[in-house]
Design a protein around this ligand. Sequence first.
Ligand code: ATP
Ligand code: MG
Length: 430
Amino acid sequence: MQKLVAIKGMNDILPPDSARWEWLEDKVRNLMARYAYRNIRTPIVEPTPLFVRGLGEVTDIVEKEMYSFEDRLNGEHLTLRPEATAGVVRAVAEHSMLYDGGKRLYYMGPMFRHERPQRGRYRQFHQIGAEALGFPGAEVDAELILMANALWRELGLRNVRLELNSLGQPQERQAHRAALIAFLEQHIDVLDEEARRRLHSNPLRILDTKNPAMQAVVEAAPRLIDFLGVQSLAHFDTVKSILTANGVAWTVNPRLVRGMDYYNLTVFEFVTDQLGSQGTICGGGRYDYLIEQIGGKPAPAVGWALGVERVLELLKEQESAVPTPVPDAYAVIPSAAALPVAVTTLERLRQLGVRVQMHAAPAGGEGMGSMKSQFKKADASGALWALIFGEDELARGSVVVKSLRDGAGAQSEHLLDALAEWAPTLQSPR
Ligand code: ATP
Ligand code: MG
């Protein structure tokens, strides 16, 4: 049979790397609890109309990145979620979660986009996101940004800068859009093919171009921020002053527009220069009109999503140490006859919180394998201790505990009956 391999751009996450993922997820859970955000889990497959909403601009995602298909059994149009905000909003509306006030939610999980795979850009990638629904005030925008900032600090990430912008309200955006299109039409000869295509479908996105030939015209284009009214500006000012008061540095990037079409007022990105062109590790903003767009009762909302692969890549780039889990002890079992007592003893140790790896008979060998090969495995496991279930000791109702690290070789014999007394000495601090 032909060798089966994973789909391009969709990665296996293997040990020891997966430990870095678990470490990050633990940090996030701990952080979310401190900000009182609760976990939400929504399906990976959603009805396509959740993402193709008719209203709004034509985004890259809807235009060319979605994995969509028809359910073979009933012809329903389905899509692998390219992001989770729309699904969270659907769930919030579907279950009337805002009936007793605002909700703070977070999620973690895989997203799917048909992009060109490269460093920091995959077809199955993972996001961790936080959403606060039902709160109109700038203090919640700021809370979310402070929370992301706290995460970078607690992960030990450096060189991440915060860019802010305000997209104002739909009417302000409409006025700017008209002015922008009129301006760009005057410079149509400078626009590249993609920009011409976007001129009427998503002109704001043109401002985000990386094409050097278009920089001059983009710099001179009407700026959205100049079209904002007093209320929008006041909202933006409040966000900025809360951040400043809490020691978070920011810059305004008037060209920051974000890939999704549903944002209004505050938008932001956390960016690094250390990941090449895939430098955005987290992005978000306010989306006060999304709930009604998908048929829910209108409610304000704001959130962000971070790219797990990019955050982990940046940690690696900065050579941050991430603890790898190792067992406290490795059970060396010279002969199969010792297995019943060994297995039972290990179960008791694990109940007491000790991390123990059991030596198991290797494939293609005879019996449990030689003592030499077992000790080699014990060393490789990273354990501090070997537990040796030798025949003579077992006959005396005891087991040998041997140090594999500091003072390697030192060993002592312990009674199985008194296990609860010596088990804690095996545990490394954690
Ligand atoms: P980009 O401009 O890099 O394409 P985006 O604006 O499409 O990003 P969002 O939809 O805002 O990204 O998603 C939030 C975060 O998810 C991004 O900041 C990034 O860290 C991560 N991300 C987005 N697309 C991918 C991908 N294809 N592979 C890996 N991470 C991704
Ligand atoms: Mg993108």
